[in-house]
Design a protein around this ligand. Structure first.
Ligand SMILES: *Cc1c(COP(=O)(O)O)cnc(C)c1O
Length: 418
């Protein structure tokens, strides 16, 4: 610099050159941006700015509508785009859209694919927020929902309906790879094949499996995969996020059009945290799945435990499907029924010391929850049973801690739940 308060043109990136006489008020606003020459950032930078500057009006006009040109961050941001590209590749899809939360993604996809009076076929045992959304769409927008078990192709075939002059046909089939908290595994290949035959797109919530364990798009022909990135993809209890991955670019374009209107986009810092988490996804999921299978087998042999469900156990109701769909592991979630019922369930989740009583899952830390006294407390016993939840059901989301430390904690908590 030639003077304390003046910049010469040579001090600037050529695009941001200012008059040599710029005053402090101007200099304070127009900090020069360094041009990175001969190297590149090793990690994805956080492009926290929400708006981008152009040299030509034509270039700005052309940037509208493209997911790979950046003008205003609700329509696209380089850090968020890096996350979309990374997850699209992991899931084997053509492209992806990132949202502010998992529910943002599910909402965005459903509202983009549905019209008022439309018809949805959905698995009965759904994530609570998704069930609430479908119930709301039914009450307020006349959307009809037919619930199916998720394991019977004939039941789906019978539920799908063609459009007529009077009413629209089935707009989509909605499934979850591994259901919550039952850990039931959907027969994705059979059910998606039925929908494909009928020309109906399938949306799969793959949150519990992650793309490490199951890739519904390339493996079974799903059209959309949605994730709560809050869970396994990010994995460190520090960010909310959602992602929708699309089999083809035409569907991506259609849903993106609505996403820009919906505006539930990802903040660049949230995208950056998710990208950082994503780098260790394979290591985390491998450990979580292995520890969950190990703990499930030990829990099954414990006198305080009446039943254990994990897709890797031979006693799991969908073990045959799970062995085909999830050959790399059954995921980090275990559900167990305590023999002592509701009181035992509550005592257990309050007795754990290393594990935390918490509603989320997919975290590096082990989390436990008792649905009957917390997330599903409004349901009476028949309603709980219909959701596959007993009064003594406990959900365990296994973290990456040492499995022996986890077992010691579960054992001492089980002793208080006898
Ligand atoms: C948590 C979760 C969601 C919702 O995700 P948010 O990020 O909390 O909005 C959707 N589906 C499943 C299976 C989930 O576990």
């Amino acid at each position: 610099m030639t003077a304390d308060t003046h910049l010469t043109a040579a001090d600037h990136h050529p695009e941001s050159a200012h008059p040599e006489s710029a005053r402090p008020e101007t200099l304070a606003v127009h900090a020069p941006q360094p041009e990175i020459r001969g190297s590149r950032p090793l990690g994805v930078p956080i492009h926290q700015n929400h708006v981008f500057a152009f040299d030509s009006a034509d270039a700005l006009a052309e940037a509208f509508g493209s997911p790979d040109e950046f003008l205003y961050s609700r329509m696209g941001n380089p850090t968020v785009r890096a996350l979309e590209t990374a997850v699209a590749r992991l899931e084997g899809g053509a492209d992806a859209l990132s949202y502010a939360s998992g529910m943002g993604a599910i909402n965005g996809v459903l509202l983009a694919l549905l019209s008022s009076g439309g018809h949805v076929v959905a698995q009965r045992c759904l994530y609570g927020g998704t069930y609430a959304l479908l119930t709301d769409l039914a009450a307020r927008w006349g959307v009809e929902v037919t619930y199916v078990s998720g394991t019977d192709a004939d039941e789906v075939r019978a539920a799908l309906r063609p459009g007529t002059a009077q009413r629209p046909g089935t707009a989509l089939l909605y499934l979850e790879t591994i259901a919550n908290p039952t850990t039931r595994v959907s027969d994705l290949p059979a059910l998606i094949a039925v929908a494909r035959e009928a020309g109906v797109p399938t949306v799969v919530d793959n949150t519990f499996a992650s793309p490490l364990l199951c890739r519904p798009i390339p493996s079974y022909g799903a059209d959309v995969v949605v994730h709560s990135a809050t869970k396994y993809l990010a994995g460190h209890a520090d960010v909310l996020g959602g992602i929708a991955v699309f089999r083809d670019t035409a569907l991506h374009r259609r849903v993106r059009h609505y996403a820009v209107e919906q505006g539930a986009v990802t903040d660049p810092f949230a995208a950056w945290l998710t990208l950082r988490g994503l780098q260790t996804l394979p290591l985390r999921v491998e450990r979580q799945s292995a520890s969950a299978a190990d703990l499930a087998a030990r829990l099954a042999a414990h006198p305080a435990v009446a039943a254990v469900r994990h897709p890797a156990l031979a006693s799991h109701p969908d073990h045959t499907i799970a062995a085909r769909l999830l050959p790399r592991g059954g995921g980090g979630v275990v559900s167990l029924d305590l023999a002592g019922g509701r009181e035992a369930g509550k005592a257990f989740v309050e007795a754990v010391r290393l594990a935390s009583l918490s509603v989320s899952l997919g975290d590096v830390k082990t989390l436990v929850m008792h649905p009957a006294s917390t997330s599903h407390r409004q349901l009476d016993e028949p309603a709980l049973a219909a959701a596959g939840i007993g009064p003594g059901t406990v959900r365990l989301s296994v973290g990456i801690e040492h499995v022996e430390d986890l077992w010691a904690d579960l054992e001492q908590a089980l002793a208080k739940a006898l």
